[in-house]
Design a protein around this ligand. Structure first.
Ligand code: MN
Length: 411
């Protein structure tokens, strides 16, 4: 058995950074989706996948070894989140797989997913540890309604959230021709399962198929970072080509236990297109003309005005309206008497309820999409218990076992 695989990751069309990470070194494969402000999410997801480099394959009980490693990194992430205020509240999902002879063993926490594709059928192997995932399992929400639920990004389990992390473990026997897909929610929130299955069926080359999945997620809106790891456990699918921007795709093959494979996945590479050095352009002579300079300056001015106009309608940020936390539409700028922002939605959360690092984050006025701003505000409302718009039942319907603990939002 010689597995082949490909990984691909992309920032998507809305986010500015990529907080996803992935790992592919046979027999271990993983996807992690970080959460937390500033760069904290990226730190957490990176810590999770880098820990997998310490995994020693071979022998029985590989899945147990993987699970203890994941418990260790949970403690490491939590310790870092508690000791460094800039990293407070950071955490990450982790869906990790280890290939054994004839089976795939999974260790899973959070709302990233593992799927098994077999002869055209796609089966989800993992449960989503998310608010909507738990509501679906309790029969309170349909999967279709979950897709547009305002709290769909709230996850209920993550690495770095609590001292003791509850890991789901599962082992699935593989058959010839099977494909294993690990992905972050940026894929499945944008692309329905049936479309994912069709893309997996249509492709042969794993690298191309991984790229096609990313393209489909961006075509579906690209609202989040997208990461996919595709594995052919028996190597019946060719790995395909290396590189090729965008997205950043890697591919390879290797015997379980071997090391002839790519390392941790990309962290937000957008392909080489953005890195072409200016010095490579041979345009200099054109710019000797003064008229061209004037045209360029006017064009720049027009572009700036257009961009400003566009931005004030497309972006949102959090700030206080009096003492209440609110969403503002626009940019926090005053041009003389003209304000480029306006109050969009006010909450009941007040300034004195928030932690200093949260106040600090809000004061930075990070520009968000409406969806992200709503998620952030909803998360604060969730935490501080004020102003409850269409809140799901806190304790579930049947008491014990149905409790939902919110640990963060993957924004
Ligand atoms: Mn995500």
């Amino acid at each position: 058995m010689s597995a082949t695989f490909a990984t691909a990751t992309h920032t998507g069309l809305v986010r500015r950074g990529n907080e996803d990470a992935c790992f592919a070194r046979p027999p271990v494969f993983a996807v992690a989706d970080g959460m937390g402000g500033a760069l904290a999410g990226e730190v957490a997801s990176r810590m999770a996948v880098e820990a997998l480099e310490r995994f020693a394959p071979g022998g029985d009980g590989m899945a147990s070894g993987l699970a203890s490693l994941v418990e260790e990194v949970n403690a490491d992430i939590l310790a870092r989140a508690q000791s460094d205020t800039r990293r407070a509240g950071m955490g990450t999902t982790l869906t990790a797989a280890v290939l054994t002879d004839g089976a795939v063993d999974l260790v899973h926490v959070g709302d990233s997913r593992a799927y098994l594709w077999r002869q055209g059928e796609l089966r989800q192997l993992t449960d989503d540890h998310s608010l909507v995932g738990e509501m679906i399992r309790r029969g309170e929400l349909s999967p279709a309604a979950a897709r547009s639920h305002p709290q769909r990004s709230i996850i209920t389990r993550a690495l770095g959230a609590e001292e003791k992390v509850e890991l789901d473990r599962e082992s699935v026997a593989t058959e010839p021709g099977d494909l294993l897909l690990l992905c972050s929610d940026g894929l499945y929130a944008m692309v329905p399962d049936a479309a994912i299955a069709a893309i997996l069926a249509a492709g042969d080359d794993l690298a191309q198929t991984a790229g096609a999945l990313i393209e489909a997620a961006n075509a579906g809106g690209g609202a989040d970072n997208i990461t996919v790891v595709l594995v052919s456990p028996d190597g019946s699918r060719p790995a395909g080509g290396q590189g090729g921007p965008p997205p950043a795709v890697t591919a390879g093959s290797g015997e379980p236990g071997g090391t002839a494979a790519p390392d941790t996945g990309g962290h937000g590479e957008e392909g080489a297109a953005a890195q072409v050095p200016d010095s490579a352009s041979g345009r200099r002579p054109l710019w000797k003309s003064g008229r061209l300079w004037l045209a360029a300056a006017l064009l720049l001015l027009a572009a700036t005005v257009a961009a400003t106009w566009y931005m004030t309608r497309q972006v949102y940020y959090l700030d206080f309206s009096g003492d209440r936390l609110a969403i503002y539409q626009g940019v926090p700028v005053e041009l003389g008497p003209v304000s480029l922002s306006g109050l969009y939605r006010e909450s009941g959360v007040t300034r004195d309820e928030l932690m200093p690092y949260e106040l600090e984050r809000i004061s930075r006025h990070e520009l968000k999409s409406l969806q992200e701003a709503e998620m952030m505000l909803d998360n604060y409302i969730e935490q501080y218990g004020q102003d409850e718009p269409e809140r799901p039942p806190a304790g579930g319907r049947d008491g014990a076992g149905a409790r939902t603990t919110t640990v963060g939002v993957t924004v």
